[in-house]
Design a protein around this ligand. Structure first.
Ligand SMILES: [Zn+2]
Length: 191
């Protein structure tokens, strides 16, 4: 399998379609929901990795995500001229657009660290939280701290935390990313 810098755990964490690639008939094929394709289809077509790499399909990278990287690069490399900064952002963005998509619940919210896009390390599931904790109670407490960090306005108590815990992986998803310095960063989305 091809290795992707921004998705090092691939194929784990990616969403595949039960059907074959709409372009070449190869399997496995990625679920096309998060992809842009040139041709018109009623349903998002499944696309294999090779066709994603060949630019027959690509991930839409929102303008604000690209701007976020441009801002970080301007801070990290003040000595670079504008042309070099723009070329760097364009190259990284093109690579991210040809990386298998994250199965987002909402819009693409790819985070940026230092002077690069962060690397996706899969969803933070109940199972993953439990593996990292001494027991279910502690796993819920870890989830509570992540919520507090990401959504400080949320009023959490034992009951609501338990409800969120039950919805984790369903109506609520936490996407884990890693920065080059090893720091983990999360994106929370709800349906
Ligand atoms: Zn294909």
């Amino acid at each position: 399998m091809t290795r992707f810098r921004y998705f090092p755990t691939f194929p784990e964490g990616a969403r595949f379609d039960a059907r074959a690639c709409a372009f070449c008939g190869a399997t496995p094929a990625l679920d096309g929901v998060w992809l842009e394709v040139d041709e018109d289809y009623d349903d998002p077509p499944p696309v294999c990795i090779e066709d994603l790499l060949r630019d027959r399909a690509r991930v839409a990278i929102p303008a604000r995500t690209q701007q976020d990287l441009a801002d970080h690069v301007a801070t990290s490399h003040p000595e670079w001229d504008d042309q070099r900064k723009a070329a760097y952002v364009a190259a990284r963005t093109a690579e991210l657009a040809h990386t298998p998509p994250v199965p987002w619940l909402q819009e693409n919210e790819w985070p940026v660290c230092a002077d690069d896009y962060a690397c996706f390390h899969g969803e933070l599931t109940r199972e993953r939280l439990e593996q990292r904790s001494a027991g279910p109670r502690e796993a819920q407490a870890v989830l509570g701290r992540i919520f507090q960090d990401l959504r400080p306005a949320w009023q959490l108590n034992a009951e609501s935390l338990d409800a969120w815990w039950q919805r984790l992986g369903g109506f609520v998803r936490i996407y884990a990313f890693r920065c080059p310095n090893g720091e983990e960063t999360y994106v929370l989305q709800t349906m």
